[in-house]
Write a protein that binds this ligand. Sequence first.
Ligand SMILES: [Zn+2]
Ligand SMILES: [Zn+2]
Length: 145
Amino acid sequence: MLCPVCRKPMVIVEFQSIELDTCLDCHGLWFDAQELNHLFDLAGCPRHLHGRHDLAAQVDRLPHVESRRRCPRCRRPLESVRAHSPADALILDKCPHGDGLWFDQGELESLLTARLGEDADALDRMRGFLGEFASVRRGPQDGLA
Ligand SMILES: [Zn+2]
Ligand SMILES: [Zn+2]
C-alpha cells in the first residue's frame, strides 16, 4: 500500500498481534479498522472509552472537509475527522468506507493521551507500549519494503 502523504510504499510492521502499515519517510501509521481496537486494548485503554467495534464512534466527521489524501486500500479520498478528545485540535484522516484511519506522526500518542486522561498508570503503560512499538518499527524490517 502507498503512503497517503508521500505516495511511497509503506512497510508492514507486526507487533503483539497488531499488524499495521507505516511510512518510513513521514512516520505516519495506517490502521485497519480492527487493528485500532487491538491497539487500544494493548495500550491499556479501557474498552468503554474507546468505542470498541465501532471505528466511526471514535471520531466526528468534519462537515464538507475532504482530505487531499487517498485511502491506501480503496484509493477514495480520505475524510478529515475530529477525534473525540479534550484536545480538539486533533484532526485525523479516515476512509469514508471504513477501511481504516491514518495517523500522522505523534497523533496516535495525542489521541491515546486524551483518552486516558487523568489515569497516570494507564498513561505509563501506553507510553511504554508506544516506546516498544517505535523500537520494533526501527528494527530489522526497515528497508525491506
Ligand atoms: Zn509517508
Ligand atoms: Zn478505503
